[in-house]
Ligand binder design. Structure first.
Ligand code: SF4
Length: 101
């Protein structure tokens, strides 16, 4: 009985930490900057209207992060892009855009 009680008492704080850790981890994910090396290579801009149309002629303003398959939380104003593993705004764009079905 004592072992079971000890086990449960040890488990409760761990469960609480497990509930808080994912939120903390998400808060620690950096925002993607246009000057980031990989972002530059992918033509990333914080606003889809700023995309280089000459370099990316297939780009349209209907393409933006909020509609991209890599935007991990559709409907949010910003979310982690799983291509860069950084936070991007829903109105951003890069050449890795892949339309969400
Ligand atoms: S891959 Fe998609 S979500 Fe990520 S920056 Fe490019 S357009 Fe935005």
């Amino acid at each position: 009985m004592t072992n079971r009680r000890t086990f449960i008492l040890k488990l409760v704080p761990l469960a609480g930490a497990a509930a808080v850790l994912p939120r903390m981890a998400l808060a620690e994910i950096p925002h993607l900057a246009e000057a980031d090396k990989m972002a530059t290579a992918m033509g990333f801009h914080l606003h889809t209207k700023d995309a280089d149309q000459k370099k990316y002629p297939k780009h349209t303003e209907e393409q933006f992060c909020g509609r991209c398959l890599h935007f991990t939380e559709p409907g949010k104003d910003e979310a982690r892009c799983d291509l860069f593993n950084k936070i991007v705004p829903k109105g951003g764009w890069c050449s890795g855009f892949s339309k969400r079905p």
